[in-house]
Design a protein around this ligand. Structure first.
Ligand SMILES: [Zn+2]
Ligand SMILES: [Zn+2]
Length: 244
């Protein structure tokens, strides 16, 4: 399976190691038709963009680049975080409107909007590492807040679903189908794995394969996606960025 675009690329504006132009140049060298810069939302502790307004700066930079890269469409998205128990994200609607697309991912180290979210969501995801008895409760909170965000916002895809923060795959998949959201196959983390995908292979949910590149070297690195989709038997029609 081949892919024409990579929609999950980080730059120095969050925790990526290279500039926008270096990541875009890497996409051109890989022969991609589209590349999407999707830096971490501002709530990521130590790794997010400075403020939501940073995305507007990235957009300005990308607009100036478009003539330099004919034949390559450069998009600006975001990998947003959940900061409220009802699925609130860390990017305001005014900025979201300016983005080409929105990704949502669960990350353990985020600054929540309020104390209730800090306790029920952020802290419990740490405590569950010690108190295994919390596993089901934490999984339910993660699944519910994530699903709420899909109904609240227009989300293109959920990044690395289930990585480091447990979610109910069946429930999430049903919500993705209803809200027309894709599940990401993240080649940077080699995630999800075969067992997760086998469980939802016949559900009808769509997928997108992304690199989650933090370095130019891994932009458009799709081998794991191709391998696992073929292994599990998911056809290219169900993969948003596959070449058909
Ligand atoms: Zn992520
Ligand atoms: Zn990422």
């Amino acid at each position: 399976m081949d892919f024409y675009g990579d929609y999950h690329v980080h730059t120095q504006y969050s925790d990526g190691r290279a500039s926008v132009i270096e990541m875009v140049e890497a996409a051109r060298l890989k022969g991609l038709k589209e590349v999407g810069i999707a830096d971490h939302g501002p709530a990521n502790i130590g790794t997010g963009v400075k403020t939501a307004e940073t995305y507007l700066k990235i957009k300005d930079e990308v607009q100036k680049l478009s003539d330099t890269f004919p034949g390559l469409k450069i998009l600006v998205g975001a990998e947003a975080n959940i900061v409220g128990l009802a699925g609130e994200l860390d990017i305001n609607n005014r900025v979201i409107k300016e983005l080409d697309y929105l990704l949502v991912g669960l990350h353990p180290y985020v600054k929540p909007d309020d104390l209730k979210t800090a306790w029920n969501y952020v802290l419990r995801n740490q405590l569950v590492k010690i108190y295994k008895g919390l596993k089901e409760k934490v999984k339910n909170i993660n699944t519910k807040t994530l699903i709420d965000s899909l109904y609240k916002y227009n989300v293109l895809a959920v990044t690395h679903p289930g990585l480091k923060m447990d979610v109910d795959y069946q429930e999430l998949t049903r919500a993705c189908i209803k809200t027309n959201t894709a599940l990401e196959i993240n080649t940077g983390h080699y995630f999800p794995g075969i067992s997760e995908l086998l469980a939802i292979a016949d559900s009808g949910v769509n997928f997108i394969v992304n690199s989650d590149a933090h370095f130019p070297e891994t932009v458009g690195e799709f081998d794991y996606g191709s391998y696992i989709l073929t292994k599990v038997g998911i056809p290219e029609e169900r993969v948003l960025n596959s070449v058909r």
